[in-house]
Design a protein around this ligand. Structure first.
Ligand code: SAM
Ligand code: SF4
Ligand code: SF4
Length: 368
């Protein structure tokens, strides 16, 4: 485990004891890593548990009945999460995404959303709160999440064909349930809903065009994700990766597309729109076209470790610090800022020989 080194960061003086950025302070200088990337996004994994066993994420052979998930007592409380998030917002974070495991399995998650929605940047702006879910509980929870202050949701869906969906998610949940969740999210205003499809060559690539066809004109944005070598349990192999360019080619043969300029620097998905105004799609090409140069994402694990990359092997423990009665927010800010300022992670640009055999955390633990 890396040791946390404390030093007073630039701009860390704007953190109040309550964990919220002090709104009256001057604009803080962003904390930059060694590649001059600011900390702008915080992904918070609230649980390592899930009701699915997607073959590319939590294969049942590994995550079976005897798998030891984290005990509830190890998890950060909502107050602790909000305190760390508040400090991160004081250092420049503008967007927070809740993930997991399956975040909607965490009891009363809407209470956490409400607490995070109360955070303000040093300039006094609200923070955008989003969530990624497999959609099974979304129909039931969408309204409460919206009322709590959630801005948008991303919903994972890898196939429309029922038996294939069941095989990929290794669950008994129906496609209909997820589709109803997506529609309810849009109805209550968590829009535009992004629908994430992981493409695994030879498994669900036959669903690319049916999915594109289904979500055209729906107002939802379908995003295709290249199958990634996250963790060490999913048996990833380059031969199972269909690249973004190949995905684009398959869709364009049926529905012509044209590129759309990125909405903001650091946008993960490359955007394309149908030339007949039927909406847009996204391509997340972490394997074929890495985007580490713009990666402004830090990740907080369920038990309070801060990770600098999706493919990291080790995190930095913040839980001990938030549970230390003698540690104030300025100390947490100094720790976070110190960790970020030494960040050099750029795994996707190194993928290959250089990264073979590296220790990596699991996707279901740290979230997408
Ligand atoms: N359970 C929620 C869900 O599935 O949306 C949130 C957590 S899940 C780990 C976040 C995202 O990671 C999902 O969109 C999922 O499809 C994606 N994902 C998981 N394993 C992946 C892999 N090996 N390659 C690419 N994407 C992956
Ligand atoms: Fe669960 Fe999401 Fe992983 Fe599927 S991708 S097993 S839904 S955490
Ligand atoms: Fe960011 Fe790591 Fe992904 Fe590169 S590989 S984009 S540094 S999370």
């Amino acid at each position: 485990m890396s040791k946390v080194i404390f030093h007073q960061p630039q701009g860390a003086g704007s953190i109040s004891q309550g964990g919220l950025a002090d709104q009256s302070s001057d604009t803080a200088a962003p904390v930059l890593d060694t590649r001059r990337r600011p900390l702008r996004d915080l992904r918070i994994s609230v649980t390592d548990r899930c009701n699915f066993r997607c073959t590319y994420c939590m294969p049942r052979e590994v995550f079976g009945a005897s798998y030891k998930f984290m005990p509830h007592s190890s998890l950060l409380s909502f107050e602790e999460i909000t305190r760390i998030a508040g400090v991160a917002v004081g250092l420049g974070v503008q967007k927070i995404r809740l993930t997991g495991g399956e975040p909607l399995l965490r009891k009363n998650i809407e209470a956490l959303v409400a607490m995070l929605a109360g955070l303000r940047t040093p300039e006094g702006r609200p923070v955008e709160i989003t969530l990624t879910t497999n959609g099974t509980l979304l129909e039931k929870k969408a309204l409460a999440l919206k009322q709590a202050g959630l801005s948008r949701v991303s919903v994972s869906l890898d196939a429309l064909e029922e038996p294939l969906f069941e095989r990929m998610s290794d669950s008994q949940v129906s496609v209909e349930t997820v589709l109803r969740g997506i529609d309810e999210a849009a109805r209550v205003g968590l829009a535009p809903v992004k629908v994430n499809m992981v493409v695994r060559k030879g498994m669900n690539d036959g669903q690319i065009v049916p999915m594109a066809s289904h979500f055209r004109r729906s107002g939802h944005i379908l995003r295709f994700i290249e199958f990634m070598d996250v963790g060490t349990t999913n048996g990833w192999n380059m031969s199972e990766v269909l690249t973004g360019a190949q995905i684009l080619e398959r869709i364009s043969e049926v529905f012509p597309l044209e590129p759309v300029a990125a909405g903001y620097s650091g946008e993960v998905a490359k955007r394309w729109r149908y030339t007949d105004q039927a909406g847009e799609i996204g391509l997340i090409t972490s394997v074929s076209q890495p985007f580490c140069g713009d990666c402004t994402r830090g990740r907080l694990s369920p038990e309070g470790k801060f990770f600098l990359c999706l493919f990291a092997g080790q995190g930095h423990d913040l839980r001990a610090l938030v549970r230390d009665p003698a540690a104030g927010d300025a100390q947490i800010a100094a720790a976070l800022s110190g960790i970020w300022s030494r960040r050099d992670d750029h795994y996707s640009e190194q993928r290959g020989q250089e990264t073979a055999g590296r220790e990596k955390i699991e996707m279901s633990y740290i979230g997408g």
